[in-house]
Design a protein around this ligand. Structure first.
Ligand code: ZN
Length: 422
């Protein structure tokens, strides 16, 4: 099923995207999306600066063409053109001369990893700064430094992309990745590229559910998407945020807020049946865009698939998260796990309780005539957990009642219109 060299193909796409300077907005995102569009027919949305989106506002568009620090001999000691991590993301324009003491207030390093450049941004507080290795920092001598940041913050737009692959059912599964990081490979080009190849595969086959791929800048992008799609979300059965899936660590699945949904069951089953090292962690309200999707009001059961979780590898958000840090084997493995989980999702059966507000008056529905008393507890559990997203396999696990009994109960409850198959 998995085409040969898929790991190499994914890695190839990452390599072509890696040099681009991405941010929340700006030409790097556009360029990235244009490259993705050559692979899959995404639709690129553009939301103007200043638009109100839920509790947020679409930020100004950031463009940077050059940034450097020169010593008094005119030598560039830090150069954005050598590595785009050198500039703090969203740095405001600046031109001027500074003493070493003044300059140092604007510099960020990683003293414990003296060869690495940290990745920093300041999206919502206007400032500027540079990131550099501790080694270069230590070599800076008393001098007058010339600093240039050729950037603009203007009224523009925020761009994100979507690809909808219609299935037999209009019920949807969303697959979301953030596209706002500059030259970092694992976080999150790994997920962007794996998503592209998943989409390529799903485009070629008949699908039970509709898939919606979202490529959006972190946080604000997902918020913009949710704001725009408030009506569509009723069709979403579940989804997955992909983040950092190319490193050599073991896979990690972070559950949805409820921890009870089909996507949770699918990933847990696939990971546990592989008999290889993996972690399954509970939801917590920090991390990637699962925070937005699972938030009260939207309440979408969206999990997060990673390898080593963010912040748990030293290379995270540094120049060491480069093309050497990720491997073709891990990319291929992540791709296979996600496809297996999507296939597991397809096999799951789940129902919706047709009388959800308080318990139904069972006698009014002919319950006692239609259902044997031996299935009473199985029926109560099935009614209690069938909000339309919890599979019968999880009802069985949660209740400790055999799946056959749960399935039989669901079928009988459907006959008396207390449940409806989703
Ligand atoms: Zn990140």
């Amino acid at each position: 099923m998995i085409s040969k060299n898929i790991g190499a193909s994914i890695y190839g796409l990452i390599s072509s995207l890696y040099p681009i300077n991405r941010s929340l907005t700006g030409p790097g995102v556009t360029q990235t999306l244009e490259i993705l569009k050559k692979h899959i027919p995404i639709y690129i949305h553009s939301i103007p600066t200043g638009n109100k989106v839920l509790d947020w506002t679409v930020p100004q568009e950031w463009t940077i063409t050059d940034a450097w620090i020169k010593n008094s001999k005119g030598e560039k000691v830090v150069d954005f053109k050598e590595n785009n991590l050198h500039i703090v993301g969203y740095s405001t324009p600046f031109n001027g001369k500074l003493s070493l003491t003044q300059l140092k207030k604007r510099l960020h390093t990683l003293p414990e990893k003296p060869d690495w450049i940290p990745y920093k941004t300041s999206y919502y507080k206007k400032t500027w700064g540079f990131c550099l290795t501790q080694k270069v920092y230590d070599r800076l001598t008393e001098d007058i430094y010339e600093v240039c940041i050729d950037s603009t913050l203007t009224k523009g737009s925020l761009k994100y992309a979507e690809l909808i692959i219609p299935g037999e059912s209009e019920k949807e599964i969303i697959i979301s990745s953030h596209i706002c990081h500059p030259s970092l490979a694992n976080d999150n080009l790994s997920s962007v590229a794996v998503s592209v190849f998943l989409a390529k595969y799903l485009l070629k086959r008949k699908n039970k559910y509709t898939y919606r791929f979202i490529f959006a800048p972190g946080t604000i992008g997902a918020i913009v998407w949710l704001n725009k799609n408030q009506k569509e979300i009723k069709n979403i059965l579940g989804g997955i945020v992909l983040a950092g899936i190319g490193d050599k660590g073991a896979p990690t699945y972070k559950k949805t807020l409820s921890g009870n949904s089909v996507i949770d069951y699918a990933f847990e089953k696939v990971l546990s049946e592989r008999n290889k090292k993996h972690s399954i962690i509970n939801y917590f309200p920090y991390g990637y865009d699962e925070r937005q999707y699972n938030s009260p009001g939207f309440n979408l059961p969206v999990g997060c698939f990673m390898r080593t979780p963010w912040g748990e590898y030293p290379e995270y958000h540094t120049s060491a998260d480069n093309l050497k840090f990720i491997s073709q084997a891990s990319l291929e493995d992540s791709y296979a796990i996600i496809l297996d989980a999507l296939e597991e999702f397809d096999t799951q059966i789940f129902y919706k309780n047709m009388h959800p507000f308080a318990e139904p008056l069972l006698s009014r529905h002919g319950y006692y005539e239609s259902i044997p008393s031996s299935l009473h507890m199985a029926c109560l559990w099935t009614l209690a957990l069938s909000e339309g997203r919890t599979p019968l396999s999880l009802v069985s696990l949660r209740s400790g009642i055999e799946i056959e009994k749960i399935e039989k109960s669901a079928q009988l409850l459907e006959k008396i219109y207390l449940l409806k198959k989703c």
